[in-house]
Design a protein. Structure first.
Length: 112
């Protein structure tokens, strides 16, 4: 099976877009990692929790997609490795046959 470059290339833009989005979101947060803004109400806390859950869901989806792509890539690499081994065996066999033919031709030419 040939390497599915069209499938690999079609997934590059969404991955780049999601990674840029995550990078921008991480830059918006304080560097210390703690938000010192006081929570005024239960509704404010609920909205923050909902935002965190949504962010976690999106990250889980991204990780899942990346794992699927990694699996597809590793399958393609394994198949390519097997094909390379078969090709190498064929080339070695062809080289041996050609070498034997050349040696036989030289021996026949030297006998005459």
């Amino acid at each position: 099976m040939p390497l599915p470059w069209t499938q690999i290339i079609q997934w590059v833009p969404p991955i780049v877009e999601l990674s840029r989005d995550l990078l921008q979101r991480s830059k918006q947060r304080p560097a210390s990692g703690t938000d010192l803004t006081p929570i005024d109400s239960t509704a404010d806390m609920a909205s923050r929790v909902a935002a965190l859950e949504e962010n976690e869901r999106r990250q889980a989806e991204l990780v899942s997609q990346m794992a699927q792509h990694q699996g597809q890539l590793s399958t393609a690499v394994v198949e390519l490795h097997a094909k390379l081994q078969r090709l190498t065996r064929w080339l070695i066999a062809a080289t041996l046959v050609l070498t034997a033919a050349i040696v036989a031709s030289v021996v026949l030419l030297l006998r005459t």
